[in-house]
Design a protein around this ligand. Structure first.
Ligand code: GLU
Length: 255
């Protein structure tokens, strides 16, 4: 199976912005094992800005563009250093792809990006993708990695997109304010009622439920299932890949 896994900042970093070492180690181990079992894994990793915030001791996500971009420049290095090191422990080679909205909109850029991605897969490498935050500005930014991972999953005909974040799945009410909220295990059709369940954003990252539901709309149309799950339980990735009920699964159209 061709699987795109998106890891959100809330999964990779502690609330301090510093790396959650135990978490990332477990995730890399499970993804390596899934790859060993024959799956193609494409990782979309957030965390550049969040990690840069931690490393530069900025005390919180900055508002101004230059500081955000400086944080991303520092954090992206740390991210790739850690991924390279951890995947190498399991004998996997990683490759970094940083793109902006222009690379999606411009046909030639997009083709080049896809060619590189396919070549990396053919060579058995594990592509790790993020938005190129150091150069992207409002006009050209994709803006969040839920959207970026959905664009990638649909353009390379992935069969599964997994969005790992700090929530267990999609709830029928906001679980932070409603203790009786219940998680929805399967969504077969993205109705206006489902869209209405979107709420606010995380603290260090950019995505929220709204971007996740939009991502689901995009990928399910192109024949790809999408699962929202809690990144705090890396071993659950095995169950997700086997189609077992974890988090919320959006079923592909006509699936
Ligand atoms: N590209 C951003 C980063 O690496 C993350 C975007 C997102 O959180 O969706 O920090």
């Amino acid at each position: 199976m061709r699987i795109v896994i998106k890891i959100g900042t809330s999964t990779l970093a502690h609330s301090t912005g510093r790396l959650n070492i135990r978490r990332i180690e477990q995730l890399c181990k499970v993804m390596s094992d899934l790859k060993n079992s024959g799956h193609e894994i494409i990782l979309v990793s957030s965390g550049a800005i969040g990690m840069g915030v931690g490393k530069l001791g900025l005390g919180g996500r900055p508002e101004d563009i230059a500081s955000k971009q400086a944080a991303a420049a520092v954090g992206q290095c740390e991210l790739m250093y850690v991924y390279d090191k951890l995947f190498a422990e399991y004998n996997h080679t990683v490759g970094q792809l940083l793109i902006t909205g222009i690379d999606i909109e411009n046909e030639r850029h997009r083709k080049n990006f896809e060619n590189t991605l396919y070549k990396l897969l053919e060579l058995g490498a594990l592509p790790i993708i993020n938005e190129n935050d150091t150069v992207s500005t409002d006009e050209i930014e994709i803006g969040d990695n839920d959207t970026l991972s959905a664009i990638i999953a649909s353009s390379i005909n992935a069969e599964l997109l997994v969005l790992l974040s700090d929530i267990n799945g999609l709830y029928n009410k906001n679980p932070k304010t409603h203790p009786d909220a219940e998680m929805i295990e399967v969504v077969r059709k993205i109705t206006p009622d489902i869209v209405a369940l979107s709420d606010g954003k995380g603290v260090l990252g950019t995505g929220g439920m709204a971007t996740k539901i939009k991502a689901a709309e995009l990928v399910t149309k192109s024949g790809c299932d999408m699962v929202i799950a809690n990144g705090a339980y890396p071993k659950k990735l095995y169950d997700i890949v086997e189609g077992k009920p974890v988090g919320t699964r959006f079923i592909k159209e006509n699936g």
